[in-house]
Design a protein around this ligand. Structure first.
Ligand SMILES: Nc1nc2c(c(=O)[nH]1)N[C@H]1C(S)=C(S)[C@@H](COP(=O)(O)O)O[C@H]1N2
Ligand SMILES: [Mo]
Length: 414
């Protein structure tokens, strides 16, 4: 880190080539000399925007889908515009969506959460009942197991929104699942839970009781306000560090049992087909991963040579990210990136790497190290072990090729 900074300062001091701050005070720049409309006329009053929206100059910052992945929007996915975001929190309106039966629009007054199965007292809670439990606030990422899954066989989708955008990172407010289960009283043979959604897909997953009692939450708020309908309003299960499909939205029931249920989403789906035809099952924890969000195919370098900021994100389902390395030459040389911002367990972390771009082509890569010592693998290393038949759990190192004009493209190095 210190070395990087020194290199930057040296460059900046040498003849001004590395100066960040603009040109010498411009002569006759109309942006300065002409009075702009926003300075000439009064703006909207405080009654014009009861619920705030981004500037109209930011209207391109939206969730997008991939046409050929969307046979029917009712059971499909769209992607978080990661290349336009910074810091660690995903704005509520930009969280990717994955629905199996569309967005349920639930009247919270009619919503119930039932706990049944191997419990002493089967219980039904209203939203009001749940609001009377002690609350907790936590920041967690949620990543779909299929994130980057289209890249198993080679570089395919051109932009980190599409290659890595099935992830969001939010502040959740809710109650501890342990606390609610204790209210119902677990029987001694309670070994698994099966959360169920109230949407038309009635999505279910089996979760081992150890995880349920460790850190799962029943959340009703994201980023301080009520969950968005897209994210499961009024209730969602939070399963920190584990694959997205276990985070049941529109949560209406939790059954307690003594063995897993082997439902659709943990048998024919969300299992990893290996080379020998066998499938890995119950691959719950999301492995450490990272991606450079800018520059990237949708966020080229447009300022020419000189001081350039690389911004990226890293996360792990097993802890924090103390370190990220960045390569400018496809993994031959690595530099330590600068981590910045809060570091929460099982949350997105932000990293930066500042350097003087000389205008030559780059092969940008980032490599995450998590707090367990695990290091993000190359795609080649992943394929050697897991083959290319799966669409899930692809956490290999991503490469962006940047050409002399600063345009970036999704590529692979061998
Ligand atoms: N009830 C219900 N819960 C669900 C789903 C669903 O279709 N119905 N989709 C799951 C999948 S596969 C993922 S990746 C996440 C997506 O959450 P998001 O829409 O907040 O991104 O929710 C999970 N929970
Ligand atoms: Mo998913």
């Amino acid at each position: 880190m210190a070395e990087t900074r020194r290199a930057f300062l040296t460059a900046a001091l040498a003849g001004g080539a590395g100066l960040v701050a603009g040109k010498a005070a411009a002569q006759g720049d109309p942006a300065i000399t002409e009075l702009q409309p926003w300075s000439r006329y009064l703006g909207d009053g405080v009654d014009a925007r009861p619920y705030g929206k981004p500037s109209r100059y930011e209207s391109h910052v939206v969730r997008r889908n991939v046409a050929w992945l969307t046979a029917d929007p009712i059971s499909s996915v769209n992607f978080t515009p990661l290349h336009e975001l910074d810091g660690i929190i995903t704005p509520s309106g930009l969280c990717f969506e994955r629905h199996h039966a569309g967005i349920a629009e639930i009247d919270p007054a009619q919503h119930r959460l039932m706990i049944n199965g191997l419990v002493e007292r089967p219980l039904v809670f209203t939203m009001q009942d749940l609001m009377r439990f002690p609350r907790e606030n936590r920041v967690y990422f949620m990543e779909c197991a299929a994130n980057s899954g289209m890249e198993w066989r080679g570089a395919q989708l051109n932009g980190c929104q599409y290659t890595h955008g099935m992830i969001h990172n939010l502040v959740y407010t809710g109650v501890s699942l342990r606390r609610v289960l204790e209210e119902a009283g677990l029987r001694p043979n309670a070994k698994w839970i099966m959360p169920e959604g109230a949407d038309a897909s009635a999505m279910t997953r089996s979760i081992p009781i150890e995880k349920a009692l460790e850190d799962c939450m029943i959340a009703f708020r994201m980023n301080g306000e009520a969950l968005r309908p897209e994210q499961g309003y009024p209730l969602r299960l939070v399963v920190p560090g584990w694959e997205g499909n276990m985070w049941i939205k529109w949560l209406r029931r939790i059954e307690v049992g003594d063995e897993p249920w082997h439902h659709r989403e943990e048998t024919s789906k969300y299992t990893d087909l290996l080379k020998d035809g066998k499938a890995r099952r119950f691959t719950w924890e999301m492995d450490a991963k990272s991606v450079i969000t800018s520059p990237s195919p949708q966020a080229p370098i447009t300022h020419g040579t000189g001081p350039t900021v690389i911004s990226g994100m890293a996360w792990s389902g097993r802890g924090t990210i103390p370190r990220v390395d960045v390569s400018l030459d496809g993994g031959m040389n690595w530099y330590r990136a600068r981590m910045d911002g809060p570091s929460f367990d099982k949350s997105i972390h932000r990293f930066y790497f500042e350097f003087d771009w000389d205008g030559r082509p780059l092969l940008l890569q980032s490599r995450a190290h998590d707090s367990t010592g695990y290091v993000q693998p190359t795609k080649k290393a992943l394929r050697e072990i897991r083959g290319v038949e799966s669409i899930y759990h692809q956490n290999g190192i991503q490469t962006w090729h940047v050409n002399e004009r600063g345009e970036a493209e999704n590529v692979e190095v061998s």
